[in-house]
Design a protein around this ligand. Structure first.
Ligand code: TYD
Ligand code: MG
Length: 450
């Protein structure tokens, strides 16, 4: 029988402390340690390996095997690696169960796969599989909620890939705490990691994350697993984005794109076309920006709405864009362009539920803000690309020619660019702006540049 003991874990970074302390030594967060039970040192994975000369280590174990779902394989850098553990995190309802059901059905053409559902009954999963054409003979299904049942099913089926849906609803009864508590989630993940390593089995754990990404679960697991994928999107929009946040076997930053429809998830070939599909022309506060995600270029519509505010502290809201950068741009516009937004409510968003983290969107966002404030649209055939510095200067961003080629493909003819930007590809001409003021002039948003 395993020995239970009590330790303390940080809610925010997952660091372990033997005693309770007011401040986490790992991340410095105050009042974040909470009591958890752990089973002796069982969290450590039992190992059978012995040290050997590096040249004799078998490299083949780590070769990824394609799932057959193109967009998933793209993000994984080829597929799932035997013996590895992958965590797929995302908000409830985003499509995690659907994605993994489709992946298992597809993979089961080559190898046996096992889906353990602790959230839905076997009947529910079967009905969904029927609808999605996923009744593959090699795909096995079990509805279970304990680690013991999962291990027994793995012994029984001997799958090459195991999906556990979800890590928060399966539990280790010996611990006594409720499923989903940090101690439980870690114990389940540790048991599944051991299983993966012992049997050379690719394990995928599903984990629910709340909007702020802070729920017990995925965050505390990130350093235990080999790969962390994040499945995102706006539930009210069909587009879903899959990213690798951590990946021991390849690059992170690659983006997978799906569209959720009647027949489950389908890969999206022309995301820019899809994102710009509903765009209205000639409206104020709308600017198209070619952004880069991994090796992909996406044309996104940045929107701004500026209205007079009745509040002492006017509202600032940003969806899919960084709130800090918005504040910075508002300050730069005020200081260097005489555009005052201090008494206005400002709402900004990226259409289609996409999240853009890179600074290349700065210029487009600044133009959208001024366009809304001035009530004048930015010309329809124009894109904007550049990082805005605190002095109002516009800086170059990576992969400008590729971004502009994608803009040209979608019919854009002019691009406002930093002074130093490389020559644009055929079909699109450059409007070079050294600072935000001249960019505003090119976009017909102010009369006299410089
Ligand atoms: P699901 O995979 O259950 O999400 P998660 O496991 O992340 O909680 O998918 C949830 C949503 O997806 C659900 O609200 C309905 C929608 N959906 C479709 O639109 N089409 C489909 O074919 C399927 C299976 C689901
Ligand atoms: Mg689910």
């Amino acid at each position: 029988m395993a020995r239970l003991r009590t330790t303390h874990r940080c809610r925010s970074c997952g660091a372990i402390a033997a005693r309770w302390e007011g401040r986490c030594a790992g991340c410095g967060e105050w009042d974040a340690l909470e009591e958890v039970e752990s089973v002796g040192t069982a969290a450590a994975v039992p190992r059978r390996d012995r040290a050997m000369p590096i040249s004799e280590v078998d490299a083949h174990g780590a070769v990824p095997r394609p799932t057959g779902i193109g967009e998933l394989d793209r993000v994984l850098g080829g597929g799932l690696v035997p013996g590895s553990v992958t965590l797929v995190g995302g908000e409830p309802g985003i499509g995690k169960s659907t994605l993994l059901l489709q992946a298992l059905a597809s993979r089961s053409v080559a190898e046996r796969t096992l889906l353990v559902s602790a959230e839905e009954s076997a009947q529910q999963v079967r009905r969904r599989a029927e609808r999605l054409d996923c009744l593959a003979p090699g795909l096995h299904l079990l509805a279970a909620t304990t680690v013991g049942e999962v291990t027994a099913a793995v012994d029984d089926v001997e799958p090459a890939v195991l999906v556990l849906d979800s890590v928060q609803t399966v539990c280790e009864p010996e611990l006594g705490s409720t499923p989903g508590s940090p101690g439980q989630v870690r114990a389940v993940a540790a048991a599944m990691t051991a299983l993966a390593k012992q049997r050379g089995l690719a394990v995928v754990l599903v984990g629910h994350v709340t909007k702020d990404g802070d729920l017990a679960g995925p965050r505390v697991l990130e350093h235990l697993v080999d790969t962390v994928l994040s499945f995102e999107g706006d539930r009210h929009h069909a587009l879903r984005l899959l990213r690798a946040v951590k990946h021991r076997f390849g690059a992170t930053g690659e983006l997978g794109l799906f569209s959720m429809g009647e027949r489950g998830l389908e890969g999206v070939d022309d995301p820019s076309g899809m994102l710009l599909g509903d765009r209205r022309r000639g409206v104020t506060g709308s600017v198209v920006v070619p952004v880069q995600e991994g090796s992909r270029i996406l044309l996104v519509e940045v929107q701004a709405l500026v209205t007079p505010s009745a509040l002492t502290n006017p509202r600032r809201s940003s969806q899919g864009l960084d709130g800090g950068r918005l504040a910075q741009l508002v300050a730069v516009l005020s200081r260097h362009c005489e555009v005052e937004l201090a008494r206005s409510d400002v709402h900004v968003a990226v259409a289609g539920g996409v999240r853009v983290c890179e600074p290349s969107v700065d210029l487009g966002l600044a133009l959208a803000l001024v366009s809304s404030e001035a009530g004048r649209p930015v010309p329809d055939d124009m894109v904007a690309l550049g990082e805005v510095g605190l002095g109002g200067e516009i800086r170059q961003v990576a992969s400008t020619p590729r971004r502009l080629a994608e803009a040209a493909r979608l019919g854009f003819r002019r691009a406002i660019l930093p002074w130093s930007a490389p020559r644009p590809p055929p079909g699109i001409s450059a409007l070079r702006a050294a600072d935000l003021r001249s960019a505003l002039a090119y976009a017909n948003l102010c009369e006299n540049p410089g």
